[in-house]
Design a protein around this ligand. Structure first.
Ligand SMILES: NC(=O)c1ccc[n+]([C@@H]2O[C@H](COP(=O)([O-])OP(=O)(O)OC[C@H]3O[C@@H](n4cnc5c(N)ncnc54)[C@H](O)[C@@H]3O)[C@@H](O)[C@H]2O)c1
Length: 261
């Protein structure tokens, strides 16, 4: 998919990766860029900087009615949604002892928001015979984020959902990409490092930190190639292969890294 003249929604659009996606999609000539994020975030600033082709919409992606309203408002202003980037996410997390409320919240934002997005746009995409979903998961959805059970589990679920959508709707014209970065310099990761969060330290240890603009470059290329897995850190593909080749060896290696944290 080329972005020129397309109508695009980006959730988490006021934050690190989402903001970079909005800016890049506008530069690629998108007809409409909808900057969706929580009330009180920088949605107005981001949209204003992009001009008339952008629209801010306050949205809580963990609330299905909000996601439905986001799509209706987008269609009213710009027409049918060509690309829905379900990108908003939360880190947080801990181990199995974390309270159920934390698990529920993480599941609603990191997984159910992708279900709500698909419910809101897939029927009309199928009717038109075209459309694209970009779901931001994480390398933690293919491997593991040590010390962070909720993040690891919900991001694995997000990858699984993206795979399900690609298989189920691909023959009806709906394309799906799943974005799985490792460390990216955004408020989510830098905030975790500032707070001495061991799962953020693990991300730092496991590879290069890149900028949100680098992720946007990979996304534009990945959409152009219509690739299912978009991996801004190419080494993740090799880690994923090694894990699949020998899961027991992989788990032993992860234990060794965990012991050093
Ligand atoms: N930064 C990294 O190292 C990294 C690595 C892999 C994957 N990711 C994923 O990339 C995505 C973007 O994260 P980021 O690093 O840009 O973080 P970020 O914290 O800078 O941005 C996330 C944005 O999501 C928004 N958001 C959170 N809850 C929301 C909700 N309920 N409704 C609407 N918006 C909500 C936040 O307000 C924020 O603007 C997330 O899904 C994250 O899990 C990030």
């Amino acid at each position: 998919m080329e972005l020129k003249d397309k109508v695009v929604i980006v959730t988490g659009g006021a934050g690190g990766i989402g903001r970079a996606l909005c800016t890049r999609f506008a530069a690629e000539g998108a007809k409409g860029v909808v900057v969706a994020d929580l009330e009180g975030t920088d949605i107005d600033t981001v949209a204003k900087a992009l001009g008339d082709q952008a629209m801010p919409v306050a949205t809580d992606v963990s609330n299905e009615a909000d996601v439905q309203r986001l799509v209706v408002q987008t269609e009213e202003r710009f027409g049918p949604v060509d690309l829905f980037c379900s990108n908003a996410g939360v880190g947080g997390g801990g181990g199995i002892e974390s309270p159920d409320d934390d698990w529920d919240r993480t599941f609603r934002i990191n997984l159910m928001a992708h279900v709500y997005a698909a419910r809101a746009v897939v029927p009309s995409m199928v009717a038109r015979g075209e459309g694209y979903l970009l779901n931001t998961a994480s390398a933690a959805g293919l491997l593991a984020n040590l010390g962070n059970a909720q993040y690891t589990v919900t991001k694995h679920a997000a990858v699984a959902l993206a795979e399900f959508l690609a298989i189920t709707y691909g023959d009806q014209g709906v394309k799906v990409s799943c974005l799985c970065p490792q460390g990216v310099r955004t408020p989510m990761l830098l905030g975790g490092l500032d707070a001495d969060d061991p799962s953020a330290a693990m991300v730092l240890k496991s590879g290069n930190l890149i900028d949100p603009e680098d992720v946007a470059d990979s996304v534009v290329q990945g959409l152009r190639d219509e690739r299912f897995l978009i991996l801004p850190h190419p080494e993740v593909a090799e880690f994923y292969r090694r894990k699949a080749d020998d899961p027991d060896r992989w788990i032993k290696g992860m234990r060794r890294i965990q012991a050093q944290l």
